[in-house]
Design a protein around this ligand. Structure first.
Ligand code: DGY
Length: 304
C-alpha cells in the first residue's frame, strides 16, 4: 500500500501547474466534470484523504470532515473567500485551512474598474442596441452616462472596521463610517469579505441613504447585498445603476427580475479570472497543502 498522502481535488480544470506540484509527492484524484462535484460524490471521494483541494463552490462542513475521516490534515481553497468552509469546525479538529489572498487583488481591482466604467457609461445597454436594432442614428442625448468628470472619483473614501492609514495613504483615501460613505458617495464599491457582520449590509435602509446618482458595484460576494432591496432601488431609480460580479445565487436564474433591468450590468463572478492569476492561485493552493502535510508554515493560512 502506498504511503503517499491522498489529496482530493474538487475541480478537474484548475491549472495543471498546481496539480503537478501535488503529484510529485501525493496521490491526487480529481472530480472529472467542469461543474461542481455533487455532494454525494464529494462525501464519498474525500474518505481517507489527507487533504482536500476545494473551490468556493464546495461547501466544506462537519459532514464533509466526518466523511473524510480523522486523518484529514488540510482543506485548501483556490479562493481568497472562505465562507464556504466551516473554519471553526476545522479548527476544533486541528485541520488547517489554506486560501489565496493578495495574488488576486490586482485582477479583481481591474475588473472592478472595468465594471464601474461599463456601468457608468452604460456600455452593455448601448451594445445591446447595436444588435437589437435600437441604434437608429447618432443622437445628442442618447445613451449618455454620467461620466466621471464632475463626480467625486478623485476623492476616495473607504469604510472598514479599523482604519488602514498606510494603504489609504497610497491613494489619498479617507476613512469614513458606513453611514457617511452611503450618504456622500457617487460610486460605492463593495469588496469586503462575507461574514455574519457584512451579510446583507447593503439593505433597503442602506440603498435609501445613497445619492440618486449613486452607482453601486459589488465584486465581493452576493451575500453582502439584500438583492430584493437592490432590485427595488434600481427599478424605482432610487439609485442610478449597479454593476455586479457576484450575485445570490450563482449562477443567477434566467428569470431573475434583475435581468429585466437596463440599469444593471451583471458578470458571472470573473473578478480574479486573469490567466496568470488563476495559475498562481492553483499553485498557492497546492503549496498550502504540501506545507500543511509536512507540518510546516503554510503560504496563506486562515487563522480564527
Ligand atoms: C475569491 O477568490 O474568493 C474570488 O471570489 C474568486 O476568485
Amino acid at each position: 500500500m502506498s504511503s503517499r498522502p491522498r489529496v482530493y481535488v474538487t475541480r478537474p480544470d484548475v491549472d495543471a501547474s498546481g496539480l503537478e506540484l501535488l503529484r510529485k509527492s501525493c496521490n491526487v484524484s480529481t472530480w472529472k466534470e467542469a461543474l461542481p462535484v455533487p455532494r454525494e460524490v464529494l462525501l464519498r471521494e474525500v474518505a481517507g484523504c489527507e487533504a482536500v483541494y476545494c473551490a468556493l463552490t464546495d461547501k466544506i462542513d462537519a459532514e464533509v470532515l466526518d466523511a473524510a475521516g480523522s486523518q484529514l490534515k488540510c482543506v485548501s481553497t483556490i479562493s481568497v473567500g472562505y465562507e464556504h468552509i466551516d473554519v471553526e469546525e476545522c479548527r476544533k479538529r486541528g485541520i488547517r485551512v489554506g486560501f489565496t489572498p493578495d495574488v488576486l487583488t490586482d485582477a479583481t481591482a481591474e475588473l472592478t474598474l472595468a465594471l464601474l466604467l461599463a456601468t457608468n457609461r452604460r456600455l452593455f445597454e448601448a451594445s445591446k442596441q447595436v444588435y437589437n436594432g435600437g441604434w437608429k442614428s447618432w443622437a445628442p442625448m442618447w445613451m449618455c452616462g454620467q461620466g466621471l468628470k464632475g463626480s467625486r472619483p478623485a476623492e476616495i473614501t473607504y469604510t472598514t472596521r479599523t482604519a488602514r492609514p498606510q494603504e489609504a495613504a497610497a491613494v489619498n483615501g479617507r476613512h469614513v463610517d458606513f453611514d457617511e460613505m452611503l450618504r456622500n458617495s457617487d460610486f460605492i464599491v463593495a469588496c469586503c469579505a462575507l461574514t455574519p457582520e457584512t451579510k446583507e449590509i447593503f439593505n433597503a435602509g442602506a440603498f435609501k441613504k445613497m445619492k440618486p446618482n449613486c452607482i453601486f458595484i459589488n465584486t465581493a460576494r452576493g451575500g453582502v447585498v439584500d438583492q430584493k432591496a437592490l432590485h427595488e432601488a434600481l427599478d424605482s431609480k432610487r439609485i442610478l445603476a449597479a454593476g455586479l460580479d457576484v450575485t445570490t445565487p450563482e449562477p443567477l436564474p434566467l428569470d431573475d427580475p434583475l435581468l429585466k433591468l437596463d440599469n444593471v450590468v451583471i458578470l458571472p463572478h470573473i473578478g480574479s479570472a486573469d490567466i496568470e492569476t488563476r495559475k498562481e492561485m492553483s499553485r498557492i493552493t497546492a503549496r498550502n497543502i504540501l506545507a500543511a502535510l509536512a507540518g510546516g508554515k503554510m503560504e496563506s493560512e486562515v487563522t480564527v
